[in-house]
Write a protein that binds this ligand. Structure first.
Ligand code: HEM
Length: 307
């Protein structure tokens, strides 16, 4: 019997550049439950990276607040059930153990009585954030977050959505109200997903620091931009937990060199025009300014099939 088919990473899995104009939006789409968790060909490598991060940087990559245990336990049960059903052979549950046969890893569930979400984050590529309803909107109550894109868990724990997104240009004016109202309406049976994108010259998955580019970095030119600049796309899902009513937010990170757009001239052209139409506050927030000029030349050449 053929084994489970991991998603190929030869081509970019998500290219959220279907429009030529930048517009901040929720961009939520209905999610089929069978597609909730994704596993691609970097699955085992990323699990190993998570394991190392949990050893070296635990307080940076896992946090939980009192009162979140029930929802954490609910997430663990749901994800285990999902993985058994939709990723057959990748994971086995035997008595008190979760086993990853390929890596010869065994986790004792009872070792994670205080932090079931931590265990859950160890056998999926996704980062997992648990949100609880509160008087000021949903707040972040627990997270397994090994692959943050320039934010720190400890800065956001306990905060409501509006405060979490304070640095995001346009969020408070355009997204805060619709997002809060949407969160109140998310149905157990109707999960959703969206894709977020950024560009970076640092292909590290674990990026807790909103650093500016470092002086030692190779200068970006229109010749090397394709290999030195990466698209960092986050495939995010939102799902209401049936028992506690809390919301689970998952983030699956995809990094691809911009040169991978060479087969997608339309998307290259759209990215170029949406970077041109984006407000400067957004380009600064996304830390793109220092690569913008050479990147635009590179993208325009790709769009004209010259590269
Ligand atoms: C419908 C749901 C959501 C929408 C529409 C949304 C939208 C956004 C947008 C537009 C950005 C800016 C990204 C960029 O331009 O690079 C952002 C950043 C961010 N989002 Fe969300 N988001 C949602 C849910 C969440 C949830 C549930 C969390 C919970 C942890 C979260 C945490 C963050 C964080 C930490 C950042 C980075 C903020 C910073 O720079 O300090 N988002 N989000």
């Amino acid at each position: 019997m053929p084994g489970f088919q991991f998603i190929s990473r030869n081509e970019p899995v998500y290219l959220p550049f279907s429009r030529p104009k930048y517009k901040i939006s929720m961009g939520l789409v209905a999610l089929q439950l069978k597609d909730w968790i994704e596993a691609d060909e970097y699955f085992y490598d990323e699990l190993k990276e998570k394991k190392q991060l949990l050893i070296s940087n635990y307080p940076e990559v896992f946090a939980s607040r009192p009162g979140s245990l029930l929802a954490q336990t609910e997430v663990l049960a749901l994800v285990l059930k999902h993985m058994e059903k939709y990723c057959p052979g990748v994971l086995k549950i035997e008595h008190d153990e979760v086993i990853l046969p390929k890596l010869k890893w065994k986790f004792r569930i009872s070792d994670f009585e205080e932090s079931p979400l931590d265990l859950c984050g160890r056998f999926v590529q996704e980062d997992l954030c648990l949100m609880a309803p509160g008087p000021d909107g949903y707040t972040l109550e627990a997270a397994s977050l090994c692959f943050p894109a320039r934010w720190r868990l400890m800065d956001k724990m306990g905060l409501p959505m509006s405060a979490i997104h304070k640095p995001v240009p346009g969020y408070s004016e355009k997204l805060s109200r619709p997002v809060n109202s949407f969160f109140n309406r998310i149905d157990v049976d109707r999960p959703v997903w969206r894709v977020n994108w950024s560009l970076t010259t640092d292909p590290t998955m674990f990026q807790p620091v909103r650093q500016k580019h470092s002086a030692s970095e190779l200068p970006i030119t229109s010749k090397n931009a394709g290999d030195q600049v990466y698209m960092r796309c986050e495939r995010q899902t939102l799902r209401r937990l049936p028992n506690t009513g809390w919301i689970l937010f998952t983030i699956k990170t995809y990094l691809d060199k911009v040169s991978k757009l060479n087969k997608y001239p339309k998307e290259a052209q759209n990215l170029s025009s949406l970077l041109r139409s984006a407000p400067t506050s957004l380009l600064s927030y996304k830390n793109i300014n220092h690569v913008l000029e050479p990147l635009l030349i590179y993208l325009d050449e790709l769009a004209d099939h010259k590269v």
